[in-house]
Design a protein around this ligand. Structure first.
Ligand code: SF4
Length: 217
């Protein structure tokens, strides 16, 4: 029988497993940073996240969309929204595209709370900004690729990212250093400028979305 000799590293988990562990640990630290600040605002983490999701959404959002983004049930999202409405941080209005539906918007007070919450993760932002610029681009690219892989499993909620935007023109300049283009600003779009949450984002059709994410993965 062919017996392989043991090495001191045999029990080391695969790199993929360690990537997932590292992301999980970072997520825990970020959640705890957000928890500290949101508690100071009298909010639980889900309520804080809802306020952040509503920022820069001038047309408002539906309850079902919020539930999908938070990966929680519509009933739980509804409880959190009711609490935020009673605190005066969210208001309900008729949806622009369907008069029978309700859209949720931030109130001016909610907007102020979101701006204060934005500082909750500045410690992590500072840590990331201390990485060498080339390493930051490499890491951003790797994270986009990981999100692209997760998109294939339908486990990732909808993002206002370039890769799902109708203004995104992938590989408009093949073989160039900056191959992609944003039609909204009519300019080449370097990887280092790809957005994860762009206020000007307009969803493209599902086929183009899938093609963009798969091309990037
Ligand atoms: S920058 Fe904004 S508008 Fe341009 S492609 Fe990306 S998401 Fe779309």
């Amino acid at each position: 029988m062919d017996i392989k000799p043991e090495t001191p590293w045999d029990s080391t988990p695969d790199i993929s497993a360690r990537i997932v562990t590292a992301i999980g640990r970072i997520a825990t630290v970020l959640r705890s940073g957000m928890w500290e600040v949101s508690t100071g605002e009298g909010l639980n983490p889900a309520q804080a996240e809802i306020l952040q999701l509503l920022q820069h959404r001038t047309r408002g959002v539906r309850l079902t969309w919020l539930a999908r983004q938070l990966s929680i049930s519509a009933a739980s999202a509804s409880d959190s929204v009711a609490a935020l409405v009673s605190k005066g941080l969210i208001r309900k209005a008729r949806a622009e595209d369907d008069g029978r539906a309700t859209a949720l918007h931030l109130t001016p007070e909610g907007e102020q709370v979101v701006q204060r919450l934005a500082h909750a993760l500045s410690f992590a932002d500072s840590a990331a900004s201390r990485l060498a610029p080339a390493q930051q681009v490499q890491m951003l690219t790797g994270l986009f690729k990981l999100i692209a892989e997760l998109q294939k499993t339908d486990r990732f909620p909808e993002l206002r990212a370039c890769l799902s935007c109708r203004h995104f023109e992938p590989n408009k300049y093949p073989a160039q250093e900056v191959p992609h283009h944003c039609a909204l600003v009519n300019a080449p779009l370097p990887i280092s400028f790809l957005r994860i949450d762009c206020a000007e984002h307009e969803p493209t059709d599902p086929v183009s979305q899938r093609r963009n994410w798969e091309a990037f993965a």
